[in-house]
Design a protein around this ligand. Sequence first.
Ligand code: ZN
Length: 542
Amino acid sequence: MLNADLVIRNARIRTMDPERPEARSIAIFNGKILALSQDDDLGFTAGPDTDELDLAGKTVLPGFIDAHEHLSWFAESDLKLDLSANRVNSLTQIQDLISEQTRLSKEGEWIRGFGYDDTKIVEGRCLTRNDLDWVAPNTPVIVIHISGHWAVVNSRALELGNLNRNSKDPEGGSLGRDPETGRLNGILLEMAMFNFAEPSLAVTETVVPPFPRDVFMKALQKATAVLNAAGITGVGDALCTPHHLSAYLEQAARGLLTLRINTIVPHTFLSHFEKGGLYGGWGNEWVRAAGIKIILDGAISGRTAAMKNGYEDNADDHGLLLIEDQFMLDNLVQRIHDMGYQACIHANGDLAIEMALKAIERAMKLTNRPDPRHRIEHCTMIDDRLLERMAKLGVMALPFSSYIWQHAEKLRPFYGDRADRMFAHKSFLDAGIIPAAGSDHPVGLHSALLGVQCMVTRKTPGGEVIGEGERLSLNEAFKVYTTYAAHASREEKIKGSLTPGRLADMVVLAEDPWESDPDEIGRINVEMTIVNGQIVYDTESA
Ligand SMILES: [Zn+2]
């Protein structure tokens, strides 16, 4: 008789499998679920090597899957200097921190600051090249603004980038200059910044080098530990460069991953896949390359989503489109579709969503491909007509999980009554569209349980309900974070529910959400996280 590796008994197992919604015990073998039982008798003999776990009635759920999270950014943020407003409020403090960093870093190593917010600085003026040169005359420094759309660099950095007063502005960006002398002031805007430092958006090789592989690997392990501690067992890295993808593959091959990763690679790298003939969906149950990302419009919190009707406080402001030309978008989506990848199109506003659907409709008409399962990332501002088109095309929605909580104060002033139908989980389900969890962490908050709380209550931290009609049942909300999120990477047959034969990824909670106050779900402790049958987080040993 086959002996299980691990047997969990005396648990309240909520499987998310409609065929068998509850069980009391579960046996795991070789990373997969072997059997479940309504009592403690699994019909297997526990051998000498079988671990046994008595959970004293605690609740077990499938591991949470966050289908739109920024794992590589999150990992790398730990390697950068935090200059955000909750840490500094003056240029002097920024200078002090950079000065300290120059003493700690090795020769030639870049200092990379992030989170700088010019509106929260007491001096009331912008950081410049001169401020940075003062404390770092020889070390290259880049300070990225909180928006992620511009940065300030010092003279050494400009020198390494071959930028000087004679340099021309790149397409879609500009180099800041002293208005009187024309000398560069160190500010790099939009494409000038992306080409300089953001490989996922650059059209040329960046001046700021990627982190060395071993440094990134260490940061990755730290980042995955944080997510595991929140019960997360799988993510979609929503902007993953080939450099990161390669690191994930190596980590997986060495057996060091404790998180399953679906990669969504920026479209700027699509030609690499085309040249290599790498048809979409390659990889394994640890790392899978299924999606290609297109960023079509701006952000909900940044007030730049592209909308048909203007913003609540300025009807003439319709947000911004990063790709304005429908023909260009059509062409891009067609290439993604033809290469067998899922097009993962970032579209917040209804104007952008409509453009995305047009491109998907066209591609699906021109090339027949069963269930291409293209996705609209965020998909915030919808209407009935858009829902109908999405359902017809089998397009998935990846709405923000907890923006009701995080951006409560902005929603009514920016969007008025439209806020009631943003993050429209219930409307998606009613229309036959599958919504999958997307925290957008570290832009958003990573807690899956808070995400579930928001989907169930639609309550802000102040207790205001925004969009009562979009509330989900608890069962549906957990599906968004499990089975539906597995669907987002076409992996619903191997994970997302606790079913014999599927991957043994699960989470043990300190309290049962079905017996908790819905307003407190976000506070429930994750006691244990199991990935591939191995305990990767345990509150007792943490
Ligand atoms: Zn994102």
